[in-house]
Design a protein around this ligand. Structure first.
Ligand SMILES: [Cu+2]
Length: 336
């Protein structure tokens, strides 16, 4: 019977096609994008445009020296420092734009707006008879704009590798001052003041029931800024696993290791005897962060995502405010 053999043929072919199909990269899956804190995690197809908005809030509540917690009160009572931080909050609004002129290249740009707040204790007396007072400082404005491209170097049906080639422009201020006109410490400044190269490589793989990826990236300072210093280079490796829970919702688990160096040179307007925050030699460190997040796809090219990040282990070179946790919320809109 030709009809039966035809049907059998069709069933067989569609089974094969179905098989191939199930092994293709599906960009509409919620987990086709990495957890929202990962930058430059995905590329786009020819002609696609994506707008994004991210909001991040980060809290730092303790002072660490290496891995040891330092009490700001006893620090001021037992040293000649006049100022010790007790809490820092950083908020960031970030607009992003991605556009793919072709399948191999995706251009991208990111514009951050930062709001930093720091609470601190000041010693208005001497080290012999300390008189501690609470104070605070803040800074806000545009941070360093990032522009560049993602370049696909490998694309199998379910695996992708691309290079991240971005440049950070010195658009963020390094001259933020308090109301008395004194320069704020390094951590409160809005930019690096330097052109920074942001190289990276990203691998992503999609399986039927889960997906995963890994990204290695760096921030390389290319020159010295106008205040004769450059921030330390940064190196980061992160890996994530994501599980689709429903057709439009996925959950993620991510681990990050980051290492950053000391400041090279120093801003001569800051007095390192005043506070550890003003000491260019106390700014390096390394950290391991664990993250849990969700990606949600919505109609008409919309995506929503959130991710909670918390410190698992950190080791700071000298007295610094320690990262505690952060929350990232994001919205992405793709057009064809
Ligand atoms: Cu995108």
């Amino acid at each position: 019977m030709p009809t039966l053999s035809k049907i059998m043929g069709l069933v067989f072919t569609s089974a094969l096609c179905g098989h191939t199909f199930a092994h293709d990269w599906i960009s509409s899956r919620p987990d086709a994008h990495a957890p929202i804190s990962v930058m430059g995690d995905h590329t786009h197809k020819t002609g696609e445009l994506m707008l994004s908005y991210r909001y991040m809030e980060m809290d730092m509540n303790e002072l660490l020296d290496g891995k040891d917690e330092i009490n700001p009160r006893s620090l001021l009572k037992n040293s000649t420092y006049k100022m010790a931080p007790t809490k820092m909050t950083m908020k960031m609004h970030m607009l992003g734009l991605m556009y793919a002129p072709d399948d191999t290249t995706t251009l991208m740009a990111m514009l951050p707006y930062l709001e930093n707040d720091m609470d601190m204790l000041m010693n208005m007396g001497s080290s012999l008879s300390p008189m501690l007072m609470k104070s605070s400082m803040e800074s806000s404005g545009i941070g360093d704009i990032r522009i560049g491209a993602l370049h696909n170097i490998y694309s199998d049906s379910r695996q992708k590798i691309h290079l991240n080639l971005l440049l950070s422009l010195p658009t963020g201020s390094i001259d933020e001052k308090n109301s008395q006109g004194a320069l704020l410490p390094y951590a409160m400044q809005l930019g690096s003041g330097t052109y920074d190269l942001l190289p990276g490589i990203t691998y992503a793989a999609q399986q039927e029931s889960f997906s995963w990826g890994v990204q290695a990236s760096a921030v390389i300072r290319l020159d010295e800024n106008t205040r004769d210093y450059r921030l330390g280079n940064r190196y980061k490796v992160q890996s994530w696993v994501q599980k689709p829970l429903m057709r439009n919702l996925s959950a993620s688990l991510r681990f990050t290791y980051e290492d950053w160096g000391e400041i090279n040179g120093k801003d001569k307007r800051l007095n390192p005897m005043m506070s550890p925050l003003s000491d260019a030699n106390l700014q390096g460190g390394k950290i391991v962060i664990g993250s849990v997040g969700f990606n949600l796809t919505l109609p008409a090219g919309n995506r929503l995502a959130l991710e909670f990040n918390t410190e698992l282990n950190q080791d700071l070179d000298g007295l610094q405010m320690a990262y505690e946790d952060s929350l990232m919320l994001g919205w992405q809109l793709s057009f064809k």
